[in-house]
Design a protein around this ligand. Structure first.
Ligand code: AMP
Length: 397
């Protein structure tokens, strides 16, 4: 069975065609700058063949047509007909409390994705557009959606509620939903495999540290708590997001700086985090380099590390212990010194990193010392594979 995995953004479509017989990636690619000047597609096939198509891509439908043509092209393609694509798995960011697992797309499902767009206005409409275009271009294929929020639906009530008037929850569904769920679930399951135990018998702290970043306490295979909240703004210091702040700062700054709600939202989501503190960049590589001679970059780095450490400590308390910890995503997989700094002085909790084993990037590997009570891993995340596996299971059923 061949499954196409789609991550449709507002101006881009990321895709992977996966052969589910052996879970190998036949081709992967990216359509970018949809609707803006300089639009293009790039694709890399499993045989190493790479190509780029530069042309006008005014909308997602044209973009998706180009994807299908690139996959089926007589010379450059990897399949001979679009009919070989049995199912399409789509990433959807926000499913609220309507979905705790992946589902086959129906009209009702599409209505729900649209309804939850209020909490993910940049993502859900673009995700839905991807679904609708694929329905049109591949009517023979089953369409499945996987939600970033679904894994966190197992959080207990006392964890997901905010201590605001209860009616705000009833009226506006204000509670914590979390994000990056597909990634947290994948790396937690991989860790269990590496250890050779059932994930249901383990307490794992998963650190998804990318431009967006979150930490999750995975207890017995289920998300127990996660650092992101109603939106991805809560929690860690991120590339451009502030993460946790005193909520009283919001009206205070709006008043002092004469900002509208939208401007305040922009400040916290796009002008804060590593970028806001350092004043130089949202990119961790620049921050690490800049920290050598720039005090604000050093401060941004230290704040990032400290916040992760604090969440790790709180999740050990929340789960009454931890068996394993895992680093994933761009920063988690690659920033060697940063992993070392996060794990420094956590030996009281039984967390001891082996500096030599840790001297590696982007590889699935254990990096704890032999006497570390808590096993520490790097696991490259693979959200596409989770989406493909869920899709396969739903098609089979
Ligand atoms: P992601 O959002 O998962 O693609 O991760 C992007 C983040 O990973 C950016 O902040 C990058 O600077 C960071 N990153 C990628 N490679 C490295 C590296 N070698 N060292 C430190 N950070 C890195």
């Amino acid at each position: 069975m061949k499954i196409l995995v789609i991550n449709s953004g507002s101006s881009s479509i990321k895709y992977q065609l996966i052969n589910m017989e052996d879970e190998s990636v036949l081709a992967k690619g990216l359509v970018e700058r949809i609707g803006i000047e300089g639009s293009r597609l790039e694709q890399e096939n499993s045989d190493g063949n790479e190509f780029e198509i530069v042309q006008d891509i005014p909308d997602h439908e044209v973009g998706m047509e180009l994807v299908v043509n690139s996959l089926t092209d007589g010379d450059k393609g990897v399949i001979s007909s679009v009919d070989e694509i049995e199912a399409v798995g789509h990433r959807v960011v926000q499913g609220g409390d309507s979905f705790d697992k992946s589902v086959v797309v129906t009209d009702e499902v599409k209505k729900e994705i649209d309804r939850w767009a209020s909490l993910a206005p940049l993502h859900n409409p673009a995700n839905l557009m991807g679904v609708e275009v694929c329905e049109k271009l591949m009517p023979h294929a089953t369409q499945v959606v996987t939600f970033d929020s679904a894994f966190h639906q197992s959080m207990p009530e006392e964890v997901y509620m905010y201590a605001l008037p209860y009616e705000l929850y009833e009226k506006h569904s204000i509670r914590r939903y979390g994000a990056h769920g597909t990634s947290h679930k994948f790396v937690a399951n991989q860790v269990a495999k590496e250890i050779g135990k059932d994930v249901e018998d383990l307490k794992i702290i998963t650190c998804h540290l990318g431009n967006g970043a979150s930490v999750t306490a995975v207890k017995n295979g289920k998300s127990y708590d996660t650092s992101m909240g109603l939106t991805p703004l809560e929690g860690l210091v991120m590339g451009t997001r502030c993460g946790d702040i005193d909520p009283a700062i919001v009206p205070f700054v709006m008043d002092k700086e004469d900002l509208s709600p939208q401007e305040m939202d922009h400040l916290m989501n796009k002008e804060s985090g590593l970028l806001g503190v350092s004043g130089i960049s949202s990119d961790m590589r620049d921050i690490i380099e800049g920290a050598e001679n720039n005090d604000k970059a050093k401060l941004a780095y230290n704040m990032f590390v400290y916040r992760v450490k604090k969440y790790i400590g709180s999740y050990v308390a929340a789960m009454n212990g931890v068996d394993a910890m895992v680093f994933t995503a761009g920063i988690g997989e690659n920033a060697i010194g940063l992993r070392e700094d996060i794990c420094a002085d956590l030996d009281y909790l039984g967390i001891k990193l082996d500096a030599e084993k840790n001297n590696v990037r982007g590889k699935a590997i254990e990096i704890s010392t032999d006497d570390s009570k808590v096993k520490i891993f790097i696991i490259p995340t693979n959200e596409e594979l989770v989406i493909a596996r869920d899709t396969k299971e739903l098609v089979a059923n």
